[in-house]
Design a protein around this ligand. Structure first.
Ligand SMILES: CC(C)(COP(=O)(O)OP(=O)(O)OC[C@H]1O[C@@H](n2cnc3c(N)ncnc32)[C@H](O)[C@@H]1OP(=O)(O)O)[C@@H](O)C(=O)NCCC(=O)NCCS
Length: 180
């Protein structure tokens, strides 16, 4: 059992009978269905989706939360760069309505970030609400520092450095990264 799937590592704030596992190829359709339920077809129009289309999914960092055989939450991460600096893009993240407000999104986010840090990743960027992600160490990107490949509310462009000081010099256009 690796650290991600070890239930003892669930943050103390969440008393969840949930099993965490990295997303497997056979999980993809169920994760897609959960995403569709949460966001609807409009998600394909979003700038975040354009970025994901140009990126490789990091299967080693994308995590599913299972209650028995039911998929109750999931987060996906992607390889990007900000200017010349490699980074991760987090999203979408979604939790089944009957499992919300129990700390599950926070647990998924923290596990993904911990796993990224172990793999040598240093920066996580996302487009989302600060009230949801502030407690996970995310903060708004300073005005003008990063440019996404399409329209986005700049107040929702958040990032987190996984080691101190790593965000200090980072700036530029955000682009997807794919293996050659
Ligand atoms: C957003 C979502 C993933 C949150 O999942 P969750 O498991 O209920 O979230 P958690 O219980 O882990 O809460 C994490 C933090 O977000 C806050 N939060 C959760 N839902 C919120 C909401 N609808 N509005 C504002 N804050 C919210 C919690 O208060 C908590 O803050 P805290 O850590 O400072 O106490 C879930 O509601 C969802 O799937 N929504 C539909 C898809 C979506 O909007 N995804 C996010 C796109 S940015």
């Amino acid at each position: 059992m690796n650290a991600i799937s070890n239930p003892s590592r669930v943050p103390p704030s969440s008393d969840l009978a949930v099993r965490f596992q990295t997303e497997q190829a056979q999980d993809a359709a169920r994760v897609d269905a959960l995403i569709d339920q949460a966001f609807g077809p409009g998600r394909f129009a979003k700038t975040a989706e354009r970025l994901r289309e140009a990126s490789d999914q990091r299967m080693d960092l994308s995590i599913c939360a299972w209650s028995g055989e039911t998929l109750v939450g999931a987060v996906r991460l992607w390889s990007i760069r900000i200017g010349e600096t490699p980074a991760l893009f987090l999203g979408p993240i979604e939790v089944r309505p009957d499992h919300r407000r129990q700390g599950l999104a926070a647990a998924l986010t923290e596990r993904a970030c911990e796993a990224g840090l172990r793999e040598g990743d240093r920066i996580v960027l996302l487009v989302g609400g600060l009230p949801i992600f502030a407690s996970q160490g995310f903060e708004p990107t300073p005005p003008g520092r990063v440019a996404l490949p399409g329209p986005v509310d700049p107040r929702r462009v958040l990032w987190r450095g996984l080691v101190p000081g790593v965000l200090d010099q980072v700036q530029g256009r955000v682009a997807g990264l794919k293996a050659a």
